[in-house]
Design a protein around this ligand. Structure first.
Ligand SMILES: [Zn+2]
Ligand SMILES: [Zn+2]
Length: 131
């Protein structure tokens, strides 16, 4: 069954005909800003499995690093996916509908987490990255 994701206002929708890989949560200061949250929640997707269903014209993007960027709905501001060299690289877990059959496998950059965050135990934590 396809995995469906959509933004907060519902105008932008995508489907993934495949599985999500390497779901992780990054607690670095950059991800906190980019995701407006205590951490990112993000998984990788094979670009060949990904397609926009609606609202692609409402996307806007921000390049955060060389070749890497994030795409947002310009109506509601949801961060939908990450792109690398203009191809979809991964999706934000918060915009997925239902049960996408994936779990966070690791918390990374916990060494720079926000002072106010209390990280739940049970998932491996890494001061920086796991690799
Ligand atoms: Zn939207
Ligand atoms: Zn990060």
């Amino acid at each position: 069954m396809a995995i469906i994701g959509e933004c907060f206002c519902g105008q932008v929708q995508y489907r993934i005909d495949g599985t999500l890989r390497d779901a992780r949560s990054c607690h670095c200061s950059r991800c906190r800003k980019a995701f407006s949250s205590q951490a990112s929640a993000y998984a990788l997707v094979d670009p060949a499995d990904f397609s926009w269903l609606s609202g692609e014209e409402l996307l806007t993007s921000y390049a955060s690093e060389q070749g890497f960027g994030l795409q947002f709905c310009k109506l509601c501001g949801s961060t939908l996916c990450g792109i690398y060299n203009d191809e979809v690289h991964g999706v934000t877990l918060g915009c997925l509908n239902g049960d996408p059959d994936v779990e966070l496998g690791r918390h990374i950059y916990v060494g720079s987490k926000a002072s106010w965050e209390v990280i739940a135990t049970g998932v491996p934590q890494y001061i920086e990255d796991a690799e």
